[in-house]
Design a binder for this molecule. Sequence first.
Ligand code: AMP
Ligand code: ZN
Ligand code: FE
Ligand code: FE
Length: 282
Amino acid sequence: MRIDLHSHTTVSDGTDTPDELLALARAIGLDVLGVTDHDTFDHLPAVRLAARREGIELLEGMELSCEFQGKSVHLLAYGMDPENADLLEEMALVRAGRTDRLALMLERLGELGVPVTEAEVMAQVGEAPSIGRPHVADAMVARGHVASRDQAFRDFLADDGPAYVPRYYVDLHAGIELIHAAGGLAIIAHPWGRSSREVLTEDVLTELVRTRGLDGFEVDHEDHDEADRARLRALADALDVLGTGASDHHGAGKPTMQLGCNLTAPPVYAELLRRLASRSTR
Ligand code: AMP
Ligand code: ZN
Ligand code: FE
Ligand code: FE
């Protein structure tokens, strides 16, 4: 069983359409794929159809932009009710924040001598309801200001970069509660990636499991080196929560994170499904 639980499509900041992503999943021999676009469920209708066509088991997901102690934390939601009104309301606030900050970000880039227009960004966004910095990065690449998304982040757009503009994030505790109330599982994405590792210590993760019912966190992710993975794996085992693995595939936007580059162990996925079944019937 080959199981990759975290990926993105053109419905947020990935570069593969839902059809392309599921065709790729089949081509590389995945059995199960989690599709987790940022702060939207708009990918679900298309990925459901594509998954059925390609014979891939779909884990319905979403990656919610949260914050904890002033740092950005990404929270994966799996198997939730995508019609849950409270969750949808909060996600709409996040998307509005994504749209609202764009003008200021473009102003900053202009001042920094690397101007792009809103129309150029929207050409990258296309129909996506969830506008992200990667779209701005792609517009900068298209203009020839930078060579890649990665360079755009490194030189301008990263959280500590000169063109960074904050946006609305969901409080992490509230995010976990909203996902649980919608019948889903809450799993922290790349906890020891750039921004969140400063605040998500082993003690904090333990506390989130014990007092907030956090269901797990990603262990095998490209943001984690071997030492990180070993520590996170041991912590997940000690806390008896889900330690998952995933590519966080974004297509051409993140060439080092290709679909299937990290996988979730079949027993962990089986436990995830068990937890989900007991949650939704509660
Ligand atoms: P935003 O959603 O607008 O806050 O932008 C953050 C998103 O940008 C993350 O979810 C990643 O998908 C992406 N990202 C962050 N760092 C990089 C990078 N160095 N290269 C490409 N994409 C990145
Ligand atoms: Zn993304
Ligand atoms: Fe993320
Ligand atoms: Fe992601």
